[in-house]
Design a protein around this ligand. Structure first.
Ligand code: BYC
Length: 328
């Protein structure tokens, strides 16, 4: 186990495991995939439902900040690209809800938990997209952070999650490039456009670093999730990789990362960088970020506005079932 990681609640040593739990852990250690109908510890199932469910919610809520710009993109081509990207996010949400459903939770239950605030979605989507440059920053930084986290998850131990990740990652790399392309255009544009790109980077840098979760010393789930290979890397490992990848990209754009302490550390082979303000992160998680109420409100409204459609589908399905029964 990583020295920095805190012990997760309820985590058992090999000696404390039942023979069934030990055999399960051995399968994980051998790199086998776990499939939905196979036996799994209750904690493994619950952790997956939490993580996959939160991930699905993030994809769906994540449509909102970018959806805000579909009708205001600067050209028809940018509108078409953004529309396709936002639709992809809906698709990602659907793959992930399906993966969660294989664990015995219904989509309605997941929705209910999102709407009542019992389940989270990524902190990043509680920040506003104020200018067109923010759409570039979201694609470049937010999708960039998402890929950094999701590429290793293609090797996660639960089969349906791992397979969903393979499809999602293919699309995410296109998303990241379209964001970088917007940033490049802005950074090479007029001085006002370059200033907008810099302002977007200034506002999205630290919230993007927060996407990887709290520092390893505070990450309560990492130790157990990594033992079960639900997670492959620690939060700090991925944050470091993201910074190392992104700094040269910002340099190429001619933009400055808003961190005076940023410094290449030859010895560790990576950048030293300033931590985000963790008190802000925990406030956002508690529902006190700039857009939490607006985001959740939009999802609850969409759910309520769609009730007539779900009722119609159910009524049709029931009518068909009754007709089939009568014919038998
Ligand atoms: N935001 O023990 P920890 C996208 C919570 S969407 C909110 O480290 P864990 C996109 C955590 O849930 C990409 N909450 O947790 C879509 C836990 O609280 P609970 C979304 C966070 O799970 C549209 C507590 O803090 N990606 O790409 O081991 C447009 C302690 O944390 C956050 C995923 O969901 C956060 N940032 O590690 C554009 C990836 N961080 O649940 C783009 C899958 C932590 O005990 N998820 N918390 O109440 C993961 O890899 C892991 O769940 C995390 C956290 C690394 C995020």
């Amino acid at each position: 186990m990583y020295a920095q990681l805190v012990k997760s609640d309820g985590m058992k040593s090999r000696e404390e495991m039942s023979p069934q739990e030990r055999a399960f852990q051995d399968r994980i250690d051998r790199g086998e995939k776990i499939e939905p109908k196979e036996w799994m510890p209750e904690g493994y199932r619950k952790t997956l439902i939490r993580q996959i469910g939160q991930h699905a919610h993030s994809e769906i809520v994540g449509q909102l900040p970018e959806g805000n710009w579909i009708t205001r993109a600067p050209t028809l081509e940018r509108t078409a690209i953004l529309l396709a990207k936002v639709q992809d996010e809906a698709g990602h949400g659907l793959y992930l809800y399906c993966a969660a459903e294989t664990l015995g939770v219904s989509r309605d239950e997941l929705m209910e938990k999102l709407h009542s605030g019992q389940m989270k979605y990524s902190s990043i989507f509680n920040y506003p997209t104020l200018t067109w440059a923010d759409i570039g920053a979201v694609g470049w930084l937010v999708d960039g952070a998402a890929i950094m986290n999701q590429v290793p998850l293609q090797r996660t131990s639960f089969g349906p999650y791992s397979r969903a990740m393979i499809r999602i990652c293919k699309e995410e790399s296109f998303h990241q490039r379209q964001g970088y392309d917007i940033m490049m255009k802005m950074a090479q544009g007029t001085s006002e456009q370059k200033a907008m790109a810099q302002d977007a980077l200034n506002r999205f840098w630290y919230p993007s670093l927060m996407m990887f979760g709290p520092s390893d010393k505070e990450s309560v789930h990492s130790a157990q999730s990594m033992a079960w290979k639900i997670k492959i890397n620690t939060n700090d490992e991925l944050r470091q990789k993201f910074v190392d990848q992104t700094v040269p990209q910002a340099e190429y754009l001619g933009l400055s990362i808003p961190d005076d302490t940023l410094n290449w550390n030859e010895e560790k082979g990576g950048y030293d960088f300033a931590e985000p303000d963790w008190s802000e992160f925990f406030e956002v998680l508690k529902g006190n970020g700039p857009c939490n109420k607006e985001r959740l409100g939009a999802r609850v409204k969409a759910w309520e506005d769609g009730a007539w459609f779900r009722d119609g589908l159910m009524a049709h399905a029931e009518k068909r079932a009754a007709a089939r029964q009568a014919a038998e």
